[in-house]
Design a binder for this molecule. Structure first.
Ligand code: AGP
Length: 614
């Protein structure tokens, strides 16, 4: 959730650290800090709030900023302790010789803290990280070697961490360690970088070493040494980073979210171009490492994910059951891991995650793998922890998504699920039927329909303005669009802080209808198909309680138009494809409302892009 950056080389360290943190700011952002190794000493600067506050602090420290060519930095999303300057990283020990930044959570920090206090350690912050700083410093007292001190200390720590540490008596080196939190070393010429995520270093290097769990390392200007769990020197391969610096620029859009919404037609086009050749040819999904025989043995599918990815999974359930005829459950990873799930070698578990680093989903996947399931991962990050755990890695290739609110990654996940469902059917039944041919045709047409929608956003903008002062919202839909209602409500909630809830339209009269009056707008997703008339009846029920009604629909009969206060038209598509169209309207609506309200669209309060703690 937080972000780490480290640099050692000839550049001004403060410039590299600030640039790196600015690219990580989307991950977590209630405070930030850097430690700069100067001629003799380490100087620490921190600031509460946005990164700009830290930049102002550094602007008044010209001397150290010019002379330092080595440092570590951190951007924090508070877990232990309020988001204050004192709790911001880097943290130090009593003598302040050691400086440390940390991502993750130290689970046994209270026990360790008590022991350290008995040894005389004085704590300044409420963080779990400060415990690690004191612990490593204690070990340094015994070994006088920062790497050994780190290696000894991490053996006493339970929980998740990516650490980056410097010691005043060991200039010219940064020592690192990783367990259950991502950490990479960017490889340069006469300089090296450390980061918790690729965007922090991509403008400087395209080559990196990914640390595995339990590894530690020493990074100097011209060398990188990695050690395994037994503290033996090991060799990690250098990998090529697949991202362009351009992908993390706004390209003229006011917000990353808007840019990412507008990228969705291209995202769809790119994925489909690689996987869907023609209506009569099979889907090209070699990444699925199961053949027809394996698939015939699959008795159940379990989809595990969180948030927006969970909603994509709910759409996936509909299409997998429809096409592959395999019973499919969908569950939030955080729930999945705390019950006795029934999994065996005939279970296909599909983990969905934009970041590939969501802690709950990682734990759930590990659990399913241990029980013998085949694990397929649908992720936007082929370099992530989840990707490395996959038996079948189904990349979604949406490009880096910067805005906290997931948009284009959701579109890419939906398309991957359509392709997977069709491929499962092709492999299982070995014939081509009219339904598959129709869906393939609709997939071909999807990018153009998304473009059509994006080209006519004025109506959505008007509706957004009209409803931006309401404090509550209800989204209703049925069938395959029920997840669209949940996702539309989630988008609105997370970026505008309006209390929006998604309901299955049929459930409205079982309780939520009690909340309806003229102050409660109801947005109904109406798609021609089996549930159209049912949702229309639910809209009548809402109207009878004076609720304001908005329709997001691909068809409305003239006789029904007056039922609604506002109608937003969506290009025509079958029920099956409609979630991929309706969601674009809901994303834009949430965006424009948050924009009218002057909210921090890309970095909403209390949220982080990648939730790496359980
Ligand atoms: C989406 O807008 C949210 N920010 C959030 O719900 C997100 O989808 C969730 O945290 C899961 O993340 P993941 O896809 O990276 O696993």
């Amino acid at each position: 959730m937080c972000g780490i950056i480290g640099y050692i080389g000839d550049k001004k360290a403060s410039d590299v650290l600030i640039s790196g943190l600015s690219h990580l700011e989307y991950r977590g952002y209630d405070s930030s800090g850097v430690a700069l190794f100067g001629e003799k000493d380490i100087e620490i600067y921190k600031a509460q709030g946005k990164l700009i506050n830290l930049i102002h602090v550094l602007n008044s420290k010209k001397e150290i900023c010019t002379s330092s060519h080595m440092g570590i930095g951190h951007i924090r999303w508070a877990t232990h302790g309020m988001p204050t300057e004192i709790n911001a990283h880097p943290h130090t020990c009593n003598c302040e010789n050691l400086t440390l930044v940390h991502n993750g959570i130290i689970e046994n920090y209270q026990e360790l803290k008590q022991e350290l206090q008995m040894l005389g350690c004085k704590f300044k912050s409420q963080t779990d990280t400060e415990v690690a700083a004191h612990l490593i410093a204690q070990e340094y007292g015994k070994t006088q070697d920062l790497l050994k001190a780190m290696q000894n200390a991490v053996k006493k720590i339970q929980g998740a961490f990516a650490f980056c540490a410097m010691h005043k008596h060991e200039p010219n080196k940064i020592v690192i360690a990783k367990r259950n939190a991502p950490l990479i070393v960017g490889v340069g010429i006469g300089e090296n970088f450390i980061a918790s995520d690729v965007p922090a270093i991509i403008e400087y290097t395209k080559k990196a070493i990914y640390l595995s769990d339990y590894q530690t390392g020493v990074v100097t200007k011209n060398d990188i040494k990695i050690y395994d769990k037994e503290d033996k020197l090991t060799a990690n391969k250098i990998e090529f980073l697949p991202y362009e610096a351009l992908a993390i620029s706004k390209m003229g859009y006011k917000h990353f979210m808007l840019k990412e919404i507008y990228e969705q037609s291209d995202v769809a086009r790119n994925i489909l171009a690689q996987k869907l050749v023609s209506q009569n040819e099979n889907i090209k999904l070699d990444e699925l490492k199961l053949d027809g025989n394996n698939i015939k043995k699959i008795t159940r599918v379990q989809i595990i994910a969180c948030g927006t990815s969970l909603h994509a999974g709910m759409v996936g359930k509909y299409i997998i059951e429809k096409f592959a005829k395999i019973p499919t459950d969908v569950e939030a990873s955080s729930e999945y891991i705390y019950r006795d799930t029934i999994v065996d070698e005939n279970t296909l578990v599909i983990g969905i995650s934009q970041s590939g680093e969501t802690a709950d989903t990682i734990t759930a996947i590990k659990q399913a793998k241990e029980q013998g399931a085949h694990v397929a991962i649908i992720t936007n990050r082929v370099d992530s922890t989840m990707a490395r755990l996959a038996d079948s890695l189904l990349p979604v290739n949406a490009g880096i998504e910067v805005s906290v609110a997931a948009t284009k990654s959701y579109m890419a996940q939906l398309i991957s699920l359509y392709l997977l469902a069709i491929r499962l059917r092709e492999l299982k039944f070995d014939f081509k039927d009219i339904e598959i041919i129709k869906l393939k045709q609709e997939l071909f047409e999807l990018p153009t329909k998304i473009e059509e929608l994006l080209g006519h956003s004025e109506k959505i903008q008007k509706v957004a303005k009209k409803y931006s002062s309401y404090k509550n919202f209800i989204f209703i839909a049925r069938g395959i669009n029920f997840p669209s209602a949940l996702e539309g409500a989630l988008k609105l909630k997370e970026i505008s802080y309006i209390n929006a809830t998604g309901y299955s339209a049929g459930e409205l009269k079982h309780g939520p209808i009690a909340m309806l009056d003229e102050n409660m707008p109801v947005l109904a997703i109406l798609n021609t198909g089996v549930v159209y008339d049912k949702v229309l009846s639910n809209c009548e029920e809402a109207r009878a309680r004076q609720a304001k009604l908005i329709a997001v629909t691909n068809y409305i009969a003239p006789k029904d138009e007056n039922l609604f206060d506002d109608v937003i038209m969506v290009p025509f598509g079958s029920d099956l494809i409609s979630p991929a169209l309706n969601i674009v309207v809901l994303q834009l609506l949430a965006y424009f409302i948050a924009e009218y309200l002057g909210k921090d669209v890309d970095q909403p309060r209390n949220l982080a892009k990648s939730v790496t703690v359980e």
